[in-house]
Design a protein around this ligand. Sequence first.
Ligand SMILES: C[S@@+](CC[C@H](N)C(=O)[O-])C[C@H]1O[C@@H](n2cnc3c(N)ncnc32)[C@H](O)[C@@H]1O
Length: 244
Amino acid sequence: MRIDVVTLFPEFYESPLQCSIVGRALASGALQVKLWNLREFSHDRHGKVDDTPYGGGAGMVMSPEPFFAAVGAIAPGGETPVVLITPQGETLTQAKVKELAARPRVVLLCGHYEGVDERVRTGLATEEISIGDYVLSGGEPAALVLVDAVARLLPGVLGNEASTEDESFSDGLLEYPQYTRPAAIGGREVPELLKRGHHAEVRKWRRKEALRRTLLRRPDLLARADLSEEDRRLLAEVAKEEKG
Ligand SMILES: C[S@@+](CC[C@H](N)C(=O)[O-])C[C@H]1O[C@@H](n2cnc3c(N)ncnc32)[C@H](O)[C@@H]1O
């Protein structure tokens, strides 16, 4: 997959793109990230990419022309999805990440200052993504979140492909609690059942604990999850245990 990031600060990505899973995805060729400096698409002699807002008010607004010029140059033809990174967009979810990871290419447009001229949204962006209900100073960290979340879903990037299947949000639930050695620390023990390692019992315990976590922390997810008969039975047990 190829991700093009249009940004005022390509240097922001220097270290994060070298580390961990994203670094591995890039090194293996499963992911390609192209960084484009928006200033290079400015027609202004001084590389200006912003201006004062029509109607007055504080701050600067990013001008539309450099964005149109950038997308026209890097993804002509209008076939590549163009994502405006904005706090006003659809909130990024694991389902959306999966959808993005299945595409061959996507262009991300990062804003700054007071935001981006509205015509970039109406005339250029094919979708808008937010990473949550808070305001960052620029789109770069948000685009990086998207790149990271997508990278780990690309085929061959994680050692064990199955490891994304049980993860939080993959099947609409939070993940079960995880333990490793030592078996006890400060009087806190690993559950006996996990130590016994009986495959079917462990599977059932994990499913039940995933349901418990989700019920207690994110009942909103549970309401939307696709639950089996067995899940409903386990959930009834959990609800009883939590009441008692
Ligand atoms: C200071 S913000 C602009 C906020 C804008 N004035 C508003 O109220 O909607 C500057 C840029 O940061 C990015 N940004 C800020 N918060 C974000 C979020 N939660 N998700 C995605 N991008 C965000 C966007 O690219 C935005 O154009």
